[in-house]
Ligand binder design. Structure first.
Ligand SMILES: CC(C)(COP(=O)(O)OP(=O)(O)OC[C@H]1O[C@@H](n2cnc3c(N)ncnc32)[C@H](O)[C@@H]1OP(=O)(O)O)[C@@H](O)C(=O)NCCC(=O)NCCS
Length: 255
């Protein structure tokens, strides 16, 4: 399947970063990580969680989902601790009105912004300073009802773009569009209170990812930077940032 516009790293895993890692203003750091960890790694990550997070983990009825939550939250804390040079177990996270997690005010003042996504055992974490950021990852899987989902949730312009694509590109385009839309919604933090049909992204996997219009306004859309990635074979991810970053660095969370 052609994936010209994707920053594809399927054949070349993202590197594990050095122990000490800085995130200067203007840069975006994008991390991917396996959520299925060894027992030892899981125990270390669980030790970083707050009491609330441990309670949330223990409410999962399915053990594998509990472990993935623990791994994802533990890794998020470990990375935040690296950037803030502090013990990750002491960090406190708050939630905005529609559920977007953020640092508690005492650390938020340092301008670190982040977002998280997970799909089918793969997590993505996106970090920057001083601007909104959102990330979404999806495993590419059969979608027999793709046309129906598009009609229901996407804008008329996006549906028209999708219908013009050759059938062999439509599945990739569906997940490309889905992750781009989710990444933007997550950057804004509004959840689904902002109707997905009220903004438009480019859908063709052969074109650069772009927000084309927001409530019909291309100028508002131009404030946003969007990029698509293929972090692993069979996955597609997108990152949305308010303003174009100078550079995006990609990392992998090691064992
Ligand atoms: C919650 C939502 C923000 C993303 O959900 P999702 O795509 O199912 O899940 P993801 O794994 O990508 O993201 C979940 C993470 O996003 C973060 N998050 C939660 N609410 C958020 C919000 N309002 N804004 C940004 N991030 C949010 C959390 O960190 C959460 O992970 P955690 O609970 O482990 O901390 C929301 O957009 C949603 O429910 N979307 C539904 C998806 C859909 O129907 N899409 C239609 C096709 S476009």
């Amino acid at each position: 399947m052609p994936t010209k516009n994707f920053t594809s790293d399927a054949a070349c895993p993202w590197p594990v970063p050095p122990d000490s890692l800085d995130l200067p203003k203007g840069l975006v750091h994008l991390w991917c990580a396996d959520l299925d960890r060894s027992e030892e790694s899981l125990a270390q990550l669980r030790a970083l969680l707050s009491d609330d997070e441990r309670h949330r983990a223990d409410r999962f009825r399915i053990g594998s989902l509990r472990d993935r939550f623990v791994a994802g939250r533990g890794m998020l804390r470990a990375i935040l601790g690296k950037y803030l040079q502090m013990d990750p177990a002491n960090l406190r996270l708050n939630y905005r009105a529609h559920g977007k997690p953020e640092l508690a005010p005492i650390w938020k003042a340092r301008g670190l912004e982040f977002n998280v996504s997970h799909s089918n055992g793969l997590a993505m974490f996106a970090f920057t300073r001083g601007r909104e950021i959102g990330v979404d990852v999806e495993s590419i899987r059969p979608m027999p009802n793709a046309a129906g989902i598009l009609e229901r949730f996407f804008s008329a312009e996006e549906v028209a773009q999708w219908q013009c694509l050759p059938p062999e590109q439509q599945l990739q385009a569906f997940f490309h569009g889905w992750t781009c839309k989710e990444a933007w919604i997550k950057a804004v933090g509004s959840g689904l209170s902002f109707p997905l049909s009220e903004f438009c992204v480019s859908l063709s996997p052969l074109e650069p990812a772009r927000v084309l219009s927001i409530q019909g306004d291309p100028r508002r859309a131009a404030e946003w930077w969007l990029e698509s990635y293929e972090p692993r074979a069979g996955f597609v991810a997108a990152v949305a940032v308010h303003g174009e970053p100078q550079q995006v660095m990609r990392w992998q969370f090691g064992e």
